[in-house]
Design a protein around this ligand. Structure first.
Ligand SMILES: [Zn+2]
Length: 279
């Protein structure tokens, strides 16, 4: 028992101890912890955003976590992608992240998807999870995540980072806006430099990825201020500031509007990496 709370009989003593700081939080308690145990999350991209998001979701007690990434660990990733070790350079990012998660929490169910998220697999994958975190590094995949969230009804925590900051938009269909309500089409490559062109401070990506994990836990538990579905959060770590901007659902949105044009099956050409940029 943890000061004033009765934990379920079937919990192991080590669970009570491991999650005691969660359970002490009035908004979580044993019931909330049970919800986390029985929930699942998919993290798209085991990179600068995915590293903290994956570890904090595992730390929170989420029962099953999927990680999807088709890339391999590169030495240049290690200024921010802290779920990987030097010994993982050259290895599949999904497998490396899966191994780190299992070492961190032995009872965690981990789904390793060593492949890219595509128009062909996104809908099926999204439907297997309670919530999805977008930790991808390019706009086509970010738009694919947003569209898959709208079409499956599975909530998504969208984010992007560059230099010293980033932005977060929780997408909670059908009530909230999606990424296309902000920008209907994938921006042209010239308007959006990549992290490999403009740089990114690793800790800044860590702040944004950690915040995504917070929003995912809030969504899973139904607690806190509902930033989800109506607010764009802009985080600047060098100024520093955190600002929120209301985002309205656009009735003309091609994905979640009154007459959507983006319908299953999704067209691979729409998400081609060649026609756009990377964030
Ligand atoms: Zn929309």
């Amino acid at each position: 028992m943890i000061s004033g709370y009765n934990t379920p009989m079937e919990w192991k003593d080590q669970d009570v101890l491991r999650y005691s700081r969660n359970i002490l939080l009035r908004e979580i308690g044993p019931e909330g912890q049970e919800k986390l145990f029985s929930s699942s999350a998919l993290v798209v991209g085991a990179g600068g955003l995915g590293s903290p998001a994956l570890l904090y979701l595992a730390a929170a007690g989420v029962g099953r976590i999927g990680v999807i990434d088709g890339d391999r660990v590169d030495l240049s990733n290690l200024n921010r992608q802290t779920i990987h070790a030097e010994t993982s350079v050259g290895r599949s990012k999904a497998e490396s992240a899966g191994a780190s998660l299992r070492a961190f929490r032995s009872d965690l169910e981990v789904d390793v998807h060593d492949t890219a998220l595509t128009a062909g697999n996104a809908l099926d994958l999204f439907r297997r999870y309670s919530v999805v975190i977008d930790g991808s590094d390019n706009f086509p995949t970010k738009y694919l995540c947003s569209d898959a969230s709208v079409l499956t009804g599975v909530p998504l925590i969208h984010a992007g980072v560059l230099r010293y900051g980033g932005q977060i938009l929780p997408v909670v269909p059908p009530r909230g806006p999606c990424l296309r309500c902000l920008l209907p089409e994938i921006p042209p490559r010239k308007d959006a430099p990549t992290c490999s062109e403009a740089g990114i401070l690793g800790a800044s990506a860590g702040v944004v990825g950690s915040w995504q994990a917070v929003e995912a836990v809030k969504l899973l538990l139904g607690i806190g201020e509902p930033a989800a579905g109506r607010m764009l959060l802009v985080i600047d770590t060098i100024a520093p500031s955190v600002t929120t901007h209301p985002v309205e659902k656009d009735p003309n949105c091609p994905a979640c509007g009154i007459s959507p044009r983006i319908l299953p099956p999704l067209s691979p050409a729409r998400y081609s990496l060649d026609r756009s940029c990377a964030l």
